[in-house]
Ligand binder design. Structure first.
Ligand code: ADP
Ligand code: MG
Ligand code: MG
Length: 254
């Protein structure tokens, strides 16, 4: 079943065109990796999917589960089942992470027409998810993102994703300085949470994340377009030969 269908997507920030005709179809059960050099438009694409106000779509369309995604506000997209890590990159001193997570969870659940959880019910629910992800429950008592290391912020994002159970999870690995433990947390989270009903888009500059997650498709972005799509072996080829190799390949194919 098709979850996401992006056709000829063009988007600007201020008056500069950044996305220049993206086509991408994502079906349920699939994991897609999007790779590409810095500045190729990967994060912009993720933010446009989530409805970030800095970007204006000028052409193309996006269907998300039979809905016109571009007609929905960022909040409606989240309710509809899109999750972008880094949507909430805030630090809130004095607010316990457990409170923050429960608020985020209940807001989405009530808008989806589901029951909210009281603090005790939520505590059971979140601890169960944390056990699954092998996360330390001490984390719940800390202030939201305050003093979190890069790895802890990642863990928190994965936990948010586990709680919200999105149909489409989008992870943008903007932090290239992640240590191997943090990468493993991300990988474990994605591998646990991915199932036949949902899909994941992993945006990564480096191949190393894909040592731990096996994507169904690897796409390479360049100057606001997807210029090549392949299977998991494409990531290995890129790691071995670098992004310039794509251009050699294109010449060879012509
Ligand atoms: P990537 O994630 O692949 O590194 P980005 O999507 O962050 O690429 O950026 C693509 C291009 O768009 C870059 O040239 C970047 O400078 C520009 N860009 C992205 N967001 C903005 C913005 N909010 N304002 C101005 N330029 C932007
Ligand atoms: Mg890319
Ligand atoms: Mg980026």
């Amino acid at each position: 079943k098709t979850i996401l269908d992006v056709q000829n997507l063009h988007a600007n920030t201020q008056s500069t065109e950044i996305l220049k005709g993206i086509n991408l179809t994502v079906k349920s059960g699939e994991i897609h990796a999007i790779m590409g050099l810095n500045g190729s438009g990967k994060s912009t694409f993720a933010k446009v999917l989530a409805g970030h106000p800095d970007y204006t779509v000028t052409q193309g369309n996006i269907q998300f589960e039979q809905q016109d995604l571009l007609a929905l506000s960022p909040e409606e997209r989240a309710q509809a089942g899109i999750f972008l890590a880094f949507q909430y990159p805030i630090e809130i001193p004095g607010v316990a992470n457990s409170q923050f997570l429960r608020l985020a969870y209940n807001t989405i659940q009530s808008k989806r027409g589901n029951d909210e959880l009281d603090p005790l019910e939520f505590d059971d629910f979140v601890r169960e998810k944390m056990k699954l992800l092998e996360m330390n429950p001490d984390f719940l008592d800390r202030s939201v993102n305050e003093g979190f290391s890069g790895g802890e912020k990642k863990r928190n994002e994965i936990l948010q994703m586990a709680l919200l159970e999105p149909t489409l999870g989008i992870l943008d690995e903007t932090d290239s300085g992640l240590d191997i433990d943090a990468l493993k947390i991300v990988a474990k989270g994605v591998n646990h949470l991915s199932n036949a009903q949902n899909a994941m888009i992993l945006i990564t500059h480096y191949q190393r994340l894909l040592d731990h997650i096996v994507p169904d498709y690897v796409h390479v972005m360049e100057a606001g377009r997807i210029v090549k799509t392949g299977g998991k072996e494409l990531a290995l080829e890129l790691e071995k030969h670098g992004y310039d190799w794509l251009h050699d390949d294109r010449h060879n194919n012509v």
